[in-house]
Structure formats: structure tokens, C-alpha cells
Design a protein. Structure first.
Length: 521
């Protein structure tokens, strides 16, 4: 999204920050990015009159243009099926959109994609089509420019930067627990089976037992209580699921490791690289390329207000944000590629499965792009990596948005800060003042780089009120959720919510699955 298209207030921020024992008032510009809070909340207002404008038609109407909606659109286009896609934002991509801050690209949400495993064939094919991968003599060759450059990750631990995010095991008990957890993950991989997308793994009573308890209580039960291990596992859960180990299921906690490369503490490393694809603008690099060939069929700035499935067709009422007028659509089938709690508000018919599945909790997220007029001073240890995390912190640290630039960035420096918040803090985030949230971010960055708050010139914040579905105990086993993967009359669902948690691969295959289930008789 071009910076000009973003809705923001540009004001001078002056608030106090406590640095050491001094109060200090940094001066910087910034504001909130994105328009979705106001548009999304249109659903709470009484429905407008449909108006007597023309009735627009498409064979398939896709509501929502995040990764899932775009994947569905691509697959329909490939099959030659007529469709239209409506999204409330002015750019497609959903949680995987990007922005420009002071002319520099940066992510607003999702920012990386691990190399797809053997169960993610559709995602691999997309990456091949986008020129990121090719096969030579049976081997996959990845575009080196888009693989995360080294150093990939560093952890600020007891006053210095260490390579990787797993804290060092400083005593024998911790070392033993690292090995114990690695063996438990390896056994789970071998005996139970985990896959991404999750729809490719079988679901057994043993999975259901894991899904019925929290990851934290499962770890307690295994005697895995070493603080370094528990901090790291908690960090992983907050990073992928937006919530700590005490809130997500043990199935989710194990899935994080067992569905990818496992858990490898020092001494148990494997040759397999946990490589990721990443770009300065994050996963917007992918969504923009997915959207581009479809642009004539993407109707952006259209907030869908009602979806009414009838005997012959599905009638949809939308609000055209640009023209400020209602818009009527009619389709033979509709794919709801919005979060399930939104789909539930839109559909006029009560659906028991949707009522149940829409109860899933979503984590609010804060993403801040912080512009510093010069690089922060370094502390001892490893130099700036792509991902930079502080041991013990509640935030998830920051990503250097310039890390993948082919020419190393000259100042200014753009850092993208991530924090998953407790669901109880959603009102504070949505109603909050951008300056106080910026000071919160700067206080956290100041723990890593005490000089950073003195060098800040701009803070652009993005708030995701319902950023991602939290895989709480029982969610993944829910029959209601599973049933929404199948067509429901003229309606289909396609969103990462269907997996009970949110990553690119889940969203993408949900979209492809919905498109493939469309059959006109
Ligand atoms: C801060 C953050 C960081 C993340 N980082 C990563 C990462 O690094 N890697 C990763 O794989 N995943 C990450 N994720 C998960 C990310 O959510 C998924 O990867 C993926 O982008 C989800 O796509 P989706 O299509 O399922 O959903 P969404 O992105 O939620 O798409 C839903 C779409 O529906 C539209 N919509 C909603 N209501 C309406 C309405 N009434 N009318 C019209 N349109 C509507 C929305 O505007 C949106 O475009 C992150 C998520 C967040 C919040």
C-alpha cells in the first residue's frame, strides 16, 4: 500500500519515557495505519437501505481478500470460473499487507514464510509460479535473495546478544530438560503425525487428549519446568499463536515443533536448515503478486454487511467505501474468506456449526514501524540480525525491515516491532492513543538499545483487534470447526480460522480447498 493511501494523523508526539532515572520526552511523528477498525465496525450499525442501484452478478462471490480469499480467487481463475472478490480494505492481503514509511517498505503484519514442507504442495507450486523456487535434477533450488540472510536471529541475554533464540542451558537440569523435550517432540512426530496444513494430518484420540489440556499443564506434567525452556516455549506460542503456553493447547504447543523441523538444542542439531523466506515488506511481497493478475475482479473498499443465502442464489449487501453508497450483489455461490466471527455476523441464516466455531478467541496484535535517524548503538555480542528478541520480555522483539535489502541500508533505520496482547487489552488497543502506545514500544526498544528513543523520528502503528485465532484447548477437536471445511449449501468458508490457528500455509490451502469444492450443476 502506498503511504498516501494510508489513513493517518501526523502529529508531533510528546510524552514522557523513563530512561534510567531520567524522565525524557522524545519528539517524533506518526499515527495509526490502516482503515479497518472504522470500516469493520460498520457491521455494528443498523443496516442501510439496499438502494435501487444496479444488481451486480458473479458466479462466485468471494468475501475477503486475505491470503485465503486470494488463493481461492487464483484457483477459480485457473479453472475459468467467473468470480468477484470484495474486501473492505483498499488493498488486498488482509493480515499480510505492507506499507511505506519514509519511502521504505515494511510489513504491517505477517512477515515471513518458512520453506514449505512435503504436505504444502499448493504453497510450493505458488512459490514456483512466483519464481522463488525451481527444480533441478530433482532438487529444489530457492531464490537466495529471498531466503533470510544471516544472521537470522539473536537473543539479548544477560547483557549480550547471542545467536539463535533458545537461551543457553546454564545448568545440568536445564540441559537435561532441553534433551527431554527434544525427545518428546521427536516421539510425537514419529508416532502421532503432525502436518502443515493440519488438514493433511490424521486426527486420533491421542491428538484429542493433547488438545484437551493446555500446553503449560502438559509441560508441568512432564516435569519440564526449567525457566529458560519455559520462557522459550512461551515465546514460540506467543509468536505463532498470539497467546502464551498457559492458553494454547498441548496439541498446538507440540504442533509448532513437530509439524516443522522439531526442537534441536545444542548437541542435537540436524543438517536441515530452518530457512524462511522474507522480504522488506513482509508477506505483502506474496499477496501483491497474488492479487496483481486478478485486479479487474478485485472490488476493494467494499465492506460486506450482509450475506443472504437463498434457494436460487446468494444475495450480498456491501458498502462501497469510496462512493459512500450501498452495493447489491448476486451470486450462485459465495465463499466467506473472513474470520469466522465476522462470517457469523454477515450470514442471515443461523448455522449451528458457525455459531459454535465463531466462539474461538482471537489475539489482538500491535505492530509498530519505528524509524530511527541513525542506527542504534550495538551492545556486546552478535550484530543486528533479522529477528531480535529480549530474553524475559513480553514483546516479541523487532525485525530489521532493511535486513533483506540488497544494498545495506544507509540511515535512517526502520525496525518493525511486534507484540501479541492479552485479549483483555483489546479495548485499550482499539480505543488507545497512538502516542501512549508509541511510548510503550520505545520503552521496550530502550531495554535493548538505550539510545533508540533518542534517535526516533517516526512511529507508525498498526493494530489488529482480532489478529489471529488462538488454538485454545478443545478448538482443534471441535466437530463444528471441521464441518465448516465442507460446503454448506451455497456457502463455503475459507480462512485460516478453519485450522484453529493462523499461518500462511493454512490460509492458502483453505482458499484452494474452497475453490476446488465449487461445482456448478
Ligand atoms: C501481526 C501478525 C503477524 C503475523 N505474522 C505471520 C507471519 O510472519 N507468517 C505467517 O505465516 N503468518 C503470520 N500471521 C498470520 C496471518 O494471519 C496469516 O498468515 C494469513 O495472512 C491469514 O490470512 P487469511 O486470509 O486467513 O485471513 P485475513 O488476513 O484475516 O483476511 C481476511 C480478509 O477479510 C477482509 N474482511 C473482513 N471483514 C470483511 C467484510 N465485512 N467485508 C469485506 N471484507 C472483509 C479483511 O479485510 C481481510 O482482508 C500474522 C498475523 C498477524 C496478525
Amino acid at each position: 500500500m502506498g503511504a498516501g493511501a494510508l489513513k493517518r494523523r501526523s502529529v508531533l508526539a510528546a510524552g514522557a519515557l523513563l530512561t534510567g532515572c531520567h524522565r525524557f520526552a522524545p519528539h517524533f511523528e506518526g499515527g495509526w495505519l490502516g482503515a479497518s477498525v472504522a470500516r469493520g465496525h460498520r457491521l455494528r450499525a443498523p443496516l442501510p437501505k439496499a438502494g435501487d442501484g444496479p444488481l451486480r452478478r458473479a458466479d462466485v462471490l468471494i468475501v475477503g481478500g486475505g491470503v485465503a480469499g486470494l488463493a481461492c480467487a487464483r484457483e477459480l481463475a485457473r479453472r475459468g470460473i467467473d468470480f468477484a472478490l470484495l474486501d473492505l480494505e483498499d488493498e488486498a492481503g488482509g493480515n499480510a499487507r505492507g506499507a511505506l514509511v519514509a519511502g521504505r517498505p515494511c510489513p504491517l503484519g505477517a512477515h515471513y514464510l518458512p520453506l514449505p514442507g512435503r504436505d504444502s504442495g499448493e504453497v510450493y507450486r505458488l512459490l514456483e509460479e512466483l519464481g522463488l523456487a525451481r527444480r533441478e535434477l530433482g532438487r529444489v533450488i530457492w531464490d537466495e535473495r529471498q531466503l533470510c540472510h544471516s544472521p537470522q536471529e539473536r537473543l539479548f541475554y544477560r547483557g549480550q546478544w547471542l545467536e539463535g533464540l533458545l537461551p543457553p542451558a546454564e545448568d545440568k537440569a536445564t540441559r537435561i530438560q532441553y534433551r527431554q523435550f527434544a525427545l518428546l517432540v521427536e516421539t510425537a512426530q514419529r508416532t502421532l503425525g503432525f502436518a502443515i496444513p493440519t488438514r493433511r494430518a490424521k486426527w486420533t484420540p491421542s491428538h484429542a487428549v493433547l488438545d484437551a489440556q493446555t500446553f503449560a499443564s502438559w509441560l508441568d506434567h512432564q516435569g519440564l519446568t526449567a525457566p529458560a525452556l519455559r520462557w522459550y516455549l512461551d515465546y514460540c506460542c506467543r509468536d505463532d499463536y498470539g497467546a502464551p503456553a498457559a492458553e494454547v493447547s498441548a496439541w498446538a504447543g507440540l504442533h509448532y515443533f513437530a509439524s516443522r523441523h522439531g526442537f534441536h538444542p545444542p548437541g542435537m542439531e540436524t543438517a536441515e536448515r530452518e530457512a524462511v523466506l522474507t522480504w522488506p515488506e513482509g508477506n505483502a511481497w506474496l499477496t501483491r503478486r497474488m492479487a496483481e493478475p486478478l485486479r479487474e475482479r478485485l472490488h476493494l473498499g467494499r465492506t460486506v454487511l450482509q450475506v443472504n443465502p437463498g434457494r436460487q442464489s446468494v444475495e450480498v449487501l456491501a458498502w462501497n467505501e469510496g462512493a459512500d453508497t450501498p452495493e447489491r450483489w448476486s451470486a450462485r455461490q459465495a465463499v466467506l474468506a473472513t474470520p469466522l466471527f465476522i462470517a457469523r455476523k454477515l450470514i442471515t441464516e443461523k448455522m449451528a456449526a458457525l455459531e459454535a466455531a465463531a466462539q474461538a478467541r482471537h489475539a489482538p496484535w500491535l505492530v509498530a514501524n519505528v524509524l530511527l535517524h541513525e542506527p542504534p548503538l550495538e551492545r556486546p555480542g552478535l550484530s543486528m540480525a533479522w529477528d531480535n528478541v529480549r530474553y524475559g520480555a513480553e514483546s516479541l522483539g523487532y525485525v530489521d525491515a532493511g535486513h533483506q535489502a540488497l544494498r545495506p541500508d544507509r540511515p535512517p533505520v526502520l525496525l518493525t516491532y511486534y507484540e501479541a496482547l492479552a485479549t483483555s487489552r483489546r479495548p485499550e488497543l482499539l480505543g488507545g492513543d497512538w502516542r501512549s502506545w508509541s511510548l510503550h514500544v520505545l520503552a521496550e526498544l530502550g531495554e535493548l538499545h538505550p539510545d533508540a528513543p533518542h534517535k526516533v523520528s517516526r512511529v507508525e502503528l498498526m493494530r489488529w483487534g482480532h489478529g489471529m485465532s488462538i488454538p485454545t484447548p478443545g478448538l482443534r477437536s471441535s466437530a463444528a470447526l471441521a464441518s465448516l471445511n465442507e460446503p454448506q449449501g451455497r456457502l463455503m468458508f475459507a480462512h485460516s480460522d478453519l485450522a484453529g490457528y493462523s499461518v500462511f500455509e493454512e490460509a492458502y490451502t483453505a482458499g484452494i480447498n474452497a475453490a476446488r469444492s465449487i461445482k456448478f450443476v
